[in-house]
Design a protein around this ligand. Structure first.
Ligand code: ZN
Length: 62
């Protein structure tokens, strides 16, 4: 498992930089096409969790 979205899980090639708005990228080393969608979804779930936790905090305070 590779934790970084900038690392090719096919050959292990690492990208130096990648704009956040890019969802798919092609590995310059092996040519494999990567989809960042699932990583973005994970981030989205995490941010929603934080929002829900904030809501609970507000409810507790009220
Ligand atoms: Zn690769």
């Amino acid at each position: 498992m590779f934790s970084s979205s900038k690392t090719c899980n096919c050959c292990g090639h690492k990208l130096k930089s990648m704009p956040l708005q890019i969802r798919t990228w092609e590995c310059p080393n092996c040519g494999k096409l990567h989809d960042r969608e699932e990583i973005c979804l994970l981030g989205l779930c995490f941010s929603w969790l934080l929002v829900i936790l904030c809501w609970f905090d507000v409810l507790v305070v009220l």
